[in-house]
Ligand binder design. Structure first.
Ligand code: NAD
Length: 502
């Protein structure tokens, strides 16, 4: 028997009272059954938590960054020690297949390692000044309380990207996880608290807090001027609400929103690679990744063979309980996701699409679980439904003649997260990566659209929100920059030759 959520939470040190008796019901998409009942935060509690978080920030910002990095090293150790348990909980709460659940926790470990390194690398420039006897430099300081709002589909990794960097940069955290994944959030908080205990008194008590609940809890974070940065991951609909509200109080936001990612397959493509990349991208995680492959744009000359191969593989993908070996496609998160998938397939058919797959798959007789056969839709054109992100295993296939046409199609959607080209032609690859190529935050050659590593900055353009998280210099989003000019001469020369002689 696989462990229950209750057993895992107990092993991870989450008190039973935290996940019983509340109003926020946590269900597993594997069988639709209740896993816990969590208490949601009331509006007043959010304000209190922000106040406590601000107090923690005042203390934490004085701890030297390399010492702060030590906390992330300890948190990484906790994650290593409890990787299987947390991954099993991710599988239970979100329905990811076992290796993807483990991969998600590995991503947390990776970002902790990255943050430990970054803790000794936070740096600013020294800049040449025009004034003799002067030095100009920039210094990066912590921001304050960072509010994290996260989506259901990466219930732990996305928080950890934010948490690891925000903490190393000297900030405090208040996290509002998806209302669909409160249990994994409680587990993360318990593991971080264990790390904080081992770290000692330098880590103030309310350095990181989790507040479960719905959009109202997130809105209270969004509107509070003490929350210096709101990092929000979710749908474009959510970002459209959050972005302007944070801007209205001159706060900072980091938005990681919806995608609509395409793979271009050219005449020279290695079709074996392309088929594997497309299948994982489109149907892995049941199509519920922001980087999922939703569109394939295939050259005329390879379109027929590619569709035949994708169709064969699609029909043979094993859909089922994500804990079973050999299963590659688990459940959709809930009935709403299933209904949205069916609505999009109906629209696609109305708009001239030829649909295969997409039907409901009953698994284990669980009437309240929603499993769907992956769908492939051959489209005559990039119609309205193709331009819309449906968070489900649907792959639209389009065709093209000239590469410029393929790139134009790839870019002609409101979202701009991830993109890829399969080609063995250097000119095509470079054109795709150039300024006139893909307009996305992520552009790949001969690998698919999903499965990013933490070393690179992650995020996208247009309706994806423009935010960057995770690697490279994304840490700068969690700090404020001060430019300092120091005069070590005996004179007071003014810049630009301005004279003010007294
Ligand atoms: P969602 O937008 O429904 O919810 C995300 C979070 O926003 C939840 O915590 C929710 O409570 C909160 N929220 C909803 N409305 C809000 C409002 N008006 N104000 C403040 N908070 C609000 O998204 P979801 O269904 O959980 O996740 C799927 C979506 O997330 C997809 O669009 C996917 O592409 C996107 N996503 C993007 C990334 C990325 O990095 N770009 C990563 C993961 C998921």
């Amino acid at each position: 028997m696989p462990p229950t959520a209750k057993e895992i939470l107990a092993a991870l040190g989450v008190p039973e009272a935290f996940h019983t008796g509340g109003k926020l019901v946590a269900r597993s998409p594997i069988d639709g059954l209740t896993q816990g009942a969590v208490r949601g935060a009331a509006a007043g509690e959010v304000q209190e938590a922000i106040g406590r978080g601000h107090g923690a920030f005042i203390a934490w910002r004085q701890v030297p960054a390399p010492r702060r990095g030590e906390l992330l090293r300890l948190f990484g150790d906790e994650l290593r020690a409890h990787k299987t348990a947390l991954a099993t909980l991710v599988t239970l709460e979100v329905g990811k297949v076992t290796s993807e659940g483990l991969g998600e926790v590995q991503e947390m470990i990776d970002i902790c390692d990255f943050a430990v390194g970054a803790s000794r690398q936070l740096h600013g420039l020294t800049i040449a000044t025009e004034r003799p006897g002067h030095r100009m430099m920039e210094v990066w300081h912590p921001l304050g309380v960072v509010g994290v709002i996260s989506a259901f589909n990466f219930p732990v990794a996305v928080w950890s990207w934010n948490a690891a960097l925000a903490l190393v940069c000297g900030n405090a955290l208040v996290w509002k996880p998806s209302e669909k994944t409160p249990l994994t959030a409680l587990a993360c908080q318990a593991l971080l608290e264990r790390a904080m205990q081992r770290f000692g008194q330098d880590a103030p008590r309310y350095l990181s807090q989790v507040l479960n609940g719905g959009a109202a809890v997130a809105e209270a974070l969004v509107d509070d001027a003490r929350v210096a940065l709101v990092s929000a991951t979710g749908s474009t609909r959510m970002g459209r609400a959050v972005g302007p509200r944070v801007a209205a109080r001159f706060g900072r936001s980091l938005l990681e929103l919806g995608g609509n990612n395409a793979i271009i397959v050219t005449p020279s493509a290695d079709l074996d690679l392309a088929v594997r990349g497309i299948l994982f991208g489109a149907y892995g995680t049941a199509g519920q990744r922001c980087t999922s492959t939703r569109r394939v744009i295939a050259h005329q000359s390879v379109h027929h063979e590619l569709v035949m191969r994708l169709e064969r593989a699609r029909a043979s993908l094993k859909v089922g309980d994500p804990r079973e070996p050999g299963v590659l496609v688990g459940p959709l998160i809930d009935e709403m996701a299933w209904l949205a998938m069916q609505a999009s397939l109906d629209q696609a058919a109305d708009q001239g699409g030829q649909v295969s797959g997409g039907e409901r798959v009953m698994v284990g007789g669980h009437a309240q679980a929603f499993y769907a056969a992956p769908a492939l839709v051959q489209m005559p054109a990039q119609t309205a439904v193709v331009r819309h992100e449906t968070f489900a295993p649907i792959l639209y296939v389009l065709r093209y003649d000239a590469l410029s046409e393929a790139i134009a199609l790839q870019n002609d959607v409101p979202q701009g997260l991830s993109s890829a080209i399969f080609t063995n032609d250097l000119r095509e690859a470079e054109a795709f990566l150039s300024a006139t190529g893909s307009d996305c935050g992520i552009a790949n050659v001969n690998i698919g659209t999903s499965g990013a590593e933490i070393g690179g900055a992650f995020g996208g353009e247009k309706e994806t929100g423009g935010g960057r998280e995770s690697g490279s210099d994304a840490w700068k989003n969690y700090m404020r920059r001060a430019t300092n000019t120091i005069n070590y001469s005996n004179a007071l020369p003014l810049a630009q030759g301005v004279r003010f002689d007294l």
